[in-house]
Design a binder for this molecule. Sequence first.
Ligand code: ATP
Ligand code: MG
Length: 326
Amino acid sequence: MQTAISVEGLSKVFKSHVKQEGLLGSVRSLFNRQYKEYVAVDSISFSIAQGELVGMLGANGAGKTTTLKMLSGLLHPTSGKAHVLGFTPWERSIEFRKQFSIVLGQRNQLWWDLPAADSFLLHKEIYNIPEQHFTKRRNELAERLDVADKLHIQLRRLSLGERMKCELIGALLHAPRVVFLDEPTIGLDVVAQHALREFIADYNKQSETTIILTSHYMDDIQQLCKRVMVIDEGKLLFDGQLEKLVEQYVAEKVLTVVFAQPTPRTDIESIGTITEYSPDKVVFRVNRNSITTVASEILNRFQVADLTIEEVPIEDVIRIIFNKGV
Ligand SMILES: Nc1ncnc2c1ncn2[C@@H]1O[C@H](COP(=O)(O)OP(=O)(O)OP(=O)(O)O)[C@@H](O)[C@H]1O
Ligand SMILES: [Mg+2]
């Protein structure tokens, strides 16, 4: 498969000027400038094939947006290499920008005081999109995102969800081959989140666009991304299948048993760590290596109406990883 993005030893160190306190301090700072360095992205390397949809996970301040900004050419790295569609992003060539797009969920890129349709016209000029392509694509995208009747209303009058949908249309009008979505569902209600998720999944499949997505909503990651990258304090901790992440970092599985008749807690306490108990139903955390043994022991000893084995919820997985580090 063709490589869309390759990154090697990419780092970003922010240097900020430390001002000493008080007026005297300000004067001193003028003559004796002191700087503090902060490593936001610490030598990360990875590669992504054309058409992949990869999730990027990490706590606040982990370095996700900084990484995406470097790969977009919005920030110069301190060191390292990156190629996106064969281009070095921070050289900002027109050819690169024609094939690339970034959506920053925390910031509007369309004009606040204009209707989205007018901003789109501007994109048409910037990206040199032929008239028929432009109209067809705009209408199709608006239809699929269910905002066809919102394009002529001033952007600032739209709801957050409608605005985000318009941002997405704006970002996709020129049919970029690589798209970065930095928290596209932030602040949206569950219905809007779901709609966007469906759209992103379909779009990725149909157009084979390469997408990197960051989100703090685990549903986004779980439903959209087979592959995830976990970033912690600027370092790439994990890069692989979501299931592998769970296997690697979480020793336990969740075993739920519904009893056919009330069962006292004392009868089952020795089986595993109980996380929920009622006489009819109990939830255990059981080591993944002994789960089959434990399940058959339960089936032998008790009258069971139902038994299910599941992975620990992804929110818990992430909490476990960030709490203990790796
Ligand atoms: N221009 C800047 N100057 C100094 N420090 C910066 C600058 N931009 C980002 N940082 C710092 O770099 C670190 C990484 O920030 P970044 O925005 O990449 O995190 P993030 O993973 O996107 O977090 P979030 O999930 O909150 O969006 C943070 O500690 C941030 O304060
Ligand atoms: Mg961010």
